[in-house]
Design a protein around this ligand. Structure first.
Ligand SMILES: Nc1ncnc2c1ncn2[C@@H]1O[C@H](COP(=O)(O)OP(=O)(O)OP(=O)(O)O)[C@@H](O)[C@H]1O
Ligand SMILES: [Mg+2]
Length: 313
């Protein structure tokens, strides 16, 4: 339903996204996960035909986002980073306006508005002025305008940012309920957000895709990145250095003999080697255990491989 190939955007001298290639299948909810400045909004603006790419192609529902922009707009609902919600308008009037912008025919207008109000749980506030609604409800109005023309694809840029925890849960549930009937791509810089709502994650950092997989596979793939805990009687510095210099060891921290050793992925066989070194260094091994990296840490390790993450804004 969404096919992106070699997508690149250069703003002046700055490459915002570089050679992105991914697809999203019909009915899927995919999370576009990355820290600030990763290129999430840039990608979404290109996918919605809001601005052109520098290189590469993107197709939505078979239509090219550059050459067939009108067809694309008809098939896409977009919730931008800053939703274009007019504060002094009444909810249902705003949705009527949004529907007309998307060429919903006069005959279908009322049904389209009613359905989008119903889907977003806004029916009871349809006569209210948008500016008087809570932030969570205003966000629902943003979602309702994205939905009003019943698009095949929904592109939601950080849909829960700035909401309180209760509103966040409500919006996540709402988004989940839209999968199947719609193909959804949502961006976030918060890992639990995508694990709560999405079936698949595309991790983007500094304009490049660093991982894309379903959540289970991503977790299991990353489980191999391990942290070993080594408890010793004598945490002498030559011993610590010897462990640090084992090839495949990523980092070593020592707190009064409680040594945490982070291992690069797929290096499980290092276990014996570490113990050997500790024994050889006469550290007095008391305990040795492993701790799986949480997905949260995996995300951090994925997106902080290079310095200056989030430094661009
Ligand atoms: N109009 C622009 N002109 C120049 N550079 C831009 C422009 N828009 C974005 N950028 C740069 O492109 C990069 C990607 O920005 P983008 O807004 O796509 O990131 P993002 O992942 O959406 O970040 P955030 O989580 O902060 O919303 C950043 O380095 C940003 O400074
Ligand atoms: Mg953004």
């Amino acid at each position: 339903m969404i096919e992106v190939s070699g997508l690149t955007k250069i703003y002046g001298q700055r490459t915002a996204i570089e050679d992105l290639t991914f697809t999203v299948n019909k009915g899927e909810i995919v999370g576009f996960l990355g820290p600030n400045g990763a290129g999430k909004s840039t990608t979404m603006k290109i996918l919605t035909g809001f601005m052109p790419a520098s290189f590469g192609t993107a197709k939505i529902a078979g239509f090219d986002v550059f050459d067939q922009a009108i067809d694309v707009k008809r098939n896409v609902g977009y919730l931008p980073e800053n939703p274009p919600v007019y504060f002094d308008m009444v909810v249902e009037d705003y949705l009527k306006f949004a529907a007309q912008l998307h060429d919903v025919t006069k005959a279908n207008l009322k049904a389209a508005i009613d359905l989008s109000l119903e889907k977003t749980g806004l029916t009871h506030v349809r006569k209210r002025i948008i500016g008087n609604l809570s932030k969570g409800y205003r966000q629902r109005v943003g979602l309702a305008q994205a939905l009003v023309h019943d698009p095949k694809v929904l592109i939601l840029d950080e849909p829960t940012v700035g909401l309180d925890p209760v509103q966040i849960i409500e919006i996540r549930e709402l988004i989940k309920s839209l999968g199947g009937a719609h193909t959804v791509i949502l961006s976030s810089h918060i890992l639990p957000e995508v694990t709560a709502t999405c079936q698949r994650i595309i991790v983007i950092n500094k304009g490049k895709i660093v991982a894309q997989d379903n959540i289970e596979r991503l977790t299991s793939r990353m489980k191999h990145g391990l942290v070993y805990q080594l408890q010793v009687k004598n945490s002498n510095s030559s011993g610590i250095q010897a462990i640090q210099s084992i090839s495949g060891v990523k980092s070593v921290t020592n707190e009064n003999g409680k040594i945490s050793i982070e291992i690069n992925p797929n290096q499980e066989e290092l276990r014996d080697r570490i113990v050997d070194v500790a024994v050889h260094e006469k550290m007095g091994v008391l305990e040795f255990s492993s701790e799986k990296l949480s997905l949260e840490e995996v995300f951090l390790s994925l997106t902080t491989q290079e310095t200056n993450v989030g430094g661009q804004s």
